[in-house]
Ligand binder design. Structure first.
Ligand SMILES: Cc1ncc(COP(=O)(O)O)c(C=O)c1O
Length: 510
């Protein structure tokens, strides 16, 4: 029988977790089952995911910022169909393809004029690896300096400059000649750059892990130090690019002129992997410096037509639908509404972010009842509190969010840039309810914490599936004509252990 994707999907949908447990990563399956994230989503549109009963889930994670234009955007989908219909010659390699030329032209139009040359690859990590090589080739210097708390990817070069012990544990030794300095510490940066052997200083303008950024002119001064000591200044915009922070690129918030910019994620609208590096022509040519070095850095799939097509369509959607502007407007609204919750929820320490890249940080509140709840949860597990917010947001309110990183009391929200007031209202009400339940004795969240403690300390029942029963969460009716929610709702009333082993490490640094 010939291959038929639709019948295959129809026949096997629902076997997702069994297949993964057997053939892929059973540890991930275990974590997802434990926290009740083992949903089967059967389709997606815009800011919503749908299960088999057509229940809508509000996606405030966006595949770690891949879906700035929303999921399965019709313009990008049509471009994919068109590219297939055209039978374009793909990856001839010994030619120069039209699509990559067009995309490089379109991408550079969105960037400051000193960035004149583009290199295409397949992921954010690959873009970072390429940027490090470009910087070394351009300067002839060995050392790379990055920031503590950074995330740049998980291959050896990128992981070597990523400031996370959790991701590095067990994989050393790492690239020699790397160093990390604290965000905001210009003296530490100046001291290390003054050795004049540093090829590159790489930063995420807004750090993905924890959503941290300096308040003052740190980046401007850091860039000036790079110029003074002949170091390439790299902005890693893999997560922050394409409107996520309310500007096309986050470096614009500080008026920066990076020598090299790395991009990926949203670039190709969530269909086909695509990464890119933009840099000055002079830097680029130091890598491709002679005829025999014309492909000295390359990747087989790097300029493939489907990725290029998707990226061209995505840039056009971002522009046509004014999503960068929407990110700024709705981001400001969302942050204002979140700050409005601080008074009645003393657990909230700070709301920070730019555009629709937002962190909600929690801390021990002064009030007796809340303090007690806080201490209990931290006694059980240092990472438990934000998980106890993220879990009911999904199980009870059908909103997908994430913990912002390992060992931090922070949740991070990264909605598609297409959301509006309706989604903001829904999220604020859900968070309000969830935080209220954090101090309700007895209440579902304290029950969750109690069960986690029982499991941790050995008196527990075996967990678990997050129990599902009928209720009435009113997830807002999706925009763009998609079906509103009305099916079975879900409430959380079962014991949920966040991590049987007890380290709570199911956060993501993305
Ligand atoms: C700033 C930054 N750089 C690099 C990467 C790695 O990108 P990828 O996962 O596409 O390899 C990420 C991924 O989250 C990122 O946020």
């Amino acid at each position: 029988m010939s291959f038929d994707l639709k019948s295959l999907v129809a026949a096997r949908m629902g076997e997702n977790y069994e297949l993964h447990a057997q053939h892929l990563n059973p540890t991930l399956v275990q974590v997802q089952r434990t926290i009740g994230f083992d949903r089967v989503y059967v389709r997606a549109k815009g800011a919503y995911l749908y299960d088999a009963e057509d229940n809508a889930y509000l996606d405030f994670l966006s595949g770690y910022s891949v879906f700035n234009v929303g999921r399965n955007h019709p313009v990008v989908a049509k471009a994919v169909h068109d590219a297939l219909d055209l039978d374009l010659p793909n990856m001839v390699q010994m030619d120069c393809s039209l699509m990559s030329g067009l995309l490089a032209e379109a991408l550079l139009k969105k960037m400051p004029p000193h960035l004149e040359a583009v290199f295409f690859c397949n992921s954010g990590t690959e873009a970072v690896e390429g940027a490090l090589k470009f910087a070394r080739a351009a300067t002839g210097r060995p050392r790379i300096v990055s920031l503590k708390g950074s995330y740049h990817g998980l291959s050896y070069g990128a992981l070597s400059i990523t400031g996370s012990e959790t991701f590095q544990e067990g994989f050393g030794p790492f690239l020699a000649d790397t160093e990390m300095v604290p965000l905001g510490d210009l003296n530490a940066l100046a001291t290390t750059l003054a050795m004049r052997d540093v090829a590159a200083f790489i930063v995420e303008p807004v750090q993905g892990k924890g959503v941290n950024f300096p308040a003052d002119d740190y980046f401007q001064q850091a860039q000036a130090l790079c110029r003074q000591y002949g170091t390439m200044f790299i902005c890693d915009e893999v997560q922050t690019g394409f409107g996520r922070t309310g500007k096309w690129f986050a470096f614009e918030h500080w008026g920066l002129e990076p020598d090299i910019v790395t991009m990926a994620k949203t670039l190709s609208g969530g269909y086909v992997p695509c990464g890119a590096i933009a840099t000055r022509r002079a830097i680029y040519q130091k890598t491709f410096s002679r005829l025999d070095r014309c492909v000295v850095h390359s990747s087989t799939f790097g300029r493939n037509n489907l990725a290029m097509t998707c990226a061209l369509a995505t840039l056009s959607v971002l522009e046509d639908e004014q999503l960068v502007e929407n990110s700024e407007t709705v981001g400001n609204l969302l942050m204002a509404r979140l700050r409005g919750l601080m008074k009645q929820h003393p657990f909230i320490k700070e709301v920070r972010g730019k555009g629709l890249m937002i962190a909600i940080e929690f801390h021990e509140p002064p009030q007796f009842k809340s303090k007690l709840a806080w201490r209990l949860m931290h006694k059980i597990d240092q990472s438990l509190f934000p998980q106890l917010v993220v879990v009911p947001l999904l199980s009870k309110h059908r909103i997908l969010t994430q913990v912002a990183g390992h060992h931090m009391d922070v949740i991070k929200i990264l909605p598609p840039l297409t959301i509006g007031r309706k989604e903001v209202d829904y999220f604020i009400n859900a968070l309000d309810q969830t935080l209220t339940e954090c101090t309700t004795f007895p209440g579902p969240i304290m029950e969750l914490a109690r069960n986690t403690a029982q499991l941790r300390f050995g008196r527990g029942k075996k967990r678990p599936t997050a129990a599902r029963k009928t209720g009435t969460p009113q997830v807002p009716a999706p925009t763009n004509g998609h079906r509103p929610l009305n099916g079975n709702a879900i409430t959380l009333d079962g014991p949920v252990a966040l991590n049987g082993k007890g380290n709570g490490r199911n956060g993501s640094a993305h």
